[in-house]
Every structure is written in C-alpha cells, then in structure tokens.
Design a protein around this ligand. Structure first.
Ligand SMILES: Nc1nc2c(ncn2[C@@H]2O[C@H](COP(=O)(O)OP(=O)(O)O)[C@@H](O)[C@H]2O)c(=O)[nH]1
Ligand SMILES: [Mg+2]
Length: 389
C-alpha cells in the first residue's frame, strides 16, 4: 500500500454493551493511521445506540465523517441477531465505502487496542485473504467451540481443514474487499442472521478456498463473561443447527492455504479458571424436564446413552458423558435434531451441559490432560467418520 493511505474499514457489531468499553474501542480504531471508515452496526435504536450517537456528536468533523452508525437490516430468515448485524455491515462496506479491507471486532472487548488491527492487517498485507484472531481460553471455556463446532466440522467434513481451525466462531477478523463482495452475495451467509454467522463465515472461507491465517492474540480477549451455562443455550443450538443444515455440502480444501501462529504456552491463569458455576449447572440440568423431552431421549438416543441420561435427570451424575459417548450423542443429533421443536432445543442443550460438566471435572483435576482430551475428541470424530463404509 502507498504510504499514508487509509484503506481499512473497522466494524463493531453491537447490541447492548457497556458504553465506556465501546467508546474506548471506537477511539482506538479511529486513531489507527490506516483506518478510514468505522462501521457501527447496531441491533436497534436502543440505549447503547443512543449512547454511541451522543459520543459521535462530541468528535471532530473529520472523525465524525468517518463513522457510519446504522441499525441492522432484516436479511436472513433465522432469529434476527448478530448475523443480520454483520451482514448489514458487509453490504454497507461493499456499497458505500472504498476501503480495501474490512475488519470486525466485538464491541465488548476490554483488552482491544490498535495493535490488534496491525496484527490482523499484517497477514492481509502479506497476501492472505482472511486473517482471524484466536485467543488463550480457560480450559473450561470454549465449550461450544469444542463440543459443537470443531466436533461438528470433524463429523461433517472430516477430510478438510475445517476441524483444525482453532477458533471457528471468532468474531475478530479481517477480510479483503473481494471476499466481502463474495460474502455479500452468498445465500448461506446471508441467511445466517443469528449466532450461526461465525460458522457460516468459516464454511464460506473453506468453500472459497481463501488463503487463511489465524492470528494468536496472546494477551487474550477480556470481555463480558456468562454466569450460567444457560446463557449459552441459544448459541449452542444455533451453532449446531447451521452445521446440521449444511451437512450435505461438499467441501474440498485440498488446495487451500491455511496457516496459524504457534502457541508457545498457555498462561497458567487460563488453565485453572472456571468459566461457569458447576453446582448451578447440575441443578439446571436436572430441572425442567417435560415428558416430551424424555420421550425424545428414549426414542432417538442409543439405548445405553438414553438410560444413563434419564438416570442423570434424577441423580445428576454426568461421569458417563465422555468424548466417546459424545460421538454417539452427536450422531443421533445430526440425524434427528429439529430446531423447530422447543423440546428438541432443550434436549440438545441439556446433553451438551452433561458433556461440559464431564469435561470440567477433568479440567479441574488435570488441566493439561483435559485439553488433550478435547483435541483427541476432534480426531476421534474425524477418524470415525473417515472410516465409515
Ligand atoms: N448488531 C448486532 N450485534 C450483536 C447482536 N448480538 C450480539 N451482538 C454483538 O456481537 C458481539 C459478540 O456478542 P457477545 O454477546 O459479546 O458474545 P460472546 O462474546 O460470544 O459471548 C458483541 O459486540 C455484541 O454486542 C445482535 O443481535 N445484533
Ligand atoms: Mg463478548
């Protein structure tokens, strides 16, 4: 790029966020010498939207002219969520800006600074089409990523690089304009209006055979954390469903360039941090079972699994839900899960809670071993699917 040229657009999709964190992030992006446009894609004209609007009014004319604040359009057919926000921003970028690159960062990050833009852009400048961030995560965190997405990729596309992607749900990434143009016309992506957007983007990158780089942000993503596993119910369900829906898609990544940063070592504090309330989650698992949910378990899970799950409803014992058992559960979910049925959504979530609890027990006892077990789980899924018929 030419010296002094502004060629990057940075987008923050946002819903309801701490306004001070959000303002600091916008200021960081504004201060970057290559950032031309800032796209703020809001869920609705809520309190956060109004707060950021008054903040923009305090900025200089030049800064103000570079900020584009808008609410998301209804683009997809799923729940109107983050995906509509990102897709609105991608279309806006293609139609209304001239920047060469589009970066996304979550609005709620407390550890974001302008060097993240440098670290992502470095790879785009080297010729990668997409650079996506990944972060150290607590060993009891990332439970949707491991047990839903990476396993789901290994189950569905075992002979591709998809299961190897460290954090396929990451919302911090940079793409070239050409990739944004493709995404803005990609039905699979446009339809992903809810939490499925990050998975849909990952699948799209694999289908386009982009040159992909995963950038390790070693200081971590500090953002608002969830308290109870139930905060993740919608996310787990939506992330699972998009894989199931697209399971017939043929993907060939044999010519794809995929590189990632090597992780030297995970800081100790991440290994032992507990990401959720364990006792609360057991109670939650045991409560709220309807007859319809129990019959789903009886009818669709293999007999040995269903008996144990129904016992667990009474005694809260999750010791059996190891990685092998999870494969059998996942296989049944892939065949029978129906997102339109509330009882199915609840069952999927509850089964996932058993898996997460089982993992968390190991993580507390032996963190290194627990991480290894997650990696082995992905390989187990891959192997089982590669060796079928
Ligand atoms: N435009 C838009 N942004 C959203 C929506 N839901 C979440 N976000 C934003 O997406 C980013 C990630 O959401 P967050 O709740 O932090 O998810 P987590 O980091 O995965 O736990 C944040 O910047 C949110 O404000 C939505 O429905 N619309
Ligand atoms: Mg967050």
């Amino acid at each position: 790029m030419e010296r002094g040229k502004k060629d990057i657009a940075v987008c923050f999709p946002f819903k309801k966020e701490d306004i001070e964190d959000f303002k600091r992030n916008v200021k960081e992006a504004l201060s970057h010498e290559r950032v031309r446009d800032i796209l703020l894609a809001g869920h609705s004209e809520n309190e956060t939207y109004k707060g950021v609007e008054s903040f923009i009014n305090t900025l200089s004319d030049d800064e103000r002219s570079r900020i584009h604040l808008f609410t998301q359009k209804r683009i997809g057919s799923k729940r109107p969520g983050k995906g509509d926000g990102m897709n609105t921003a991608i279309k806006y970028f293609v139609e209304n800006t001239r920047s060469r690159f589009l970066h996304f960062y979550d609005a709620d990050i407390k550890s974001f600074d302008r060097t993240w833009i440098d670290r992502v852009q470095k790879r785009l400048d080297e010729g990668f089409d997409v650079a996506r961030c990944f972060f150290p995560r607590a060993y009891t965190d990332a439970m949707v990523t491991w047990n839903i997405t990476r396993t789901g990729f290994a189950y569905t596309w075992p002979d591709t690089i998809l299961p190897d992607i460290e954090q396929p749900l990451g919302g911090e990434l940079g793409i070239r304009r050409e990739v944004a143009e493709k995404l803005s016309m990609d039905e699979l992506v446009l339809d992903a209006s809810d939490w499925s957007i990050d998975t849909a983007l990952t699948i799209a990158f694999a289908r386009y055979n982009v040159k992909l780089y995963e950038v390790y942000i070693k200081e971590g993503k500090h953002h608002k954390l969830y308290g109870k596993l139930s905060d993740l119910e919608t996310m787990a369900v939506e992330c699972f469903n998009v894989i199931k829906e697209n399971r017939r898609l043929v993907i060939d990544t044999s010519h794809m360039v995929y590189e990632k940063d090597k992780i030297e070592s995970v800081p100790e504090e991440y290994k032992k941090r507990i990401a959720f309330d364990i006792d609360g989650s057991i109670k939650e698992f045991k409560s709220g079972w309807t007859d319809e949910m129990k019959s789903i378990v009886k009818e669709y899970l293999p007999k040995d699994v269903s008996l144990k799950v129904l016992d667990a409803v009474e005694d809260g014992n999750y010791d059996f839900m190891d990685t092998n058992m999870w494969y059998d559960v996942y296989d049944a979910l892939m065949k029978h899960f129906d997102i339109k049925k509330q009882a199915w959504r609840r069952v999927l979530f509850k089964l996932w809670v058993l898996r997460v609890l089982n993992h968390a027990k190991l993580a507390l006892k032996d963190p290194d071993e627990s991480l290894k077990s997650l990696q082995e789980m992905v390989e187990l899924f891959r192997k089982k699917r590669l060796s079928r018929v």
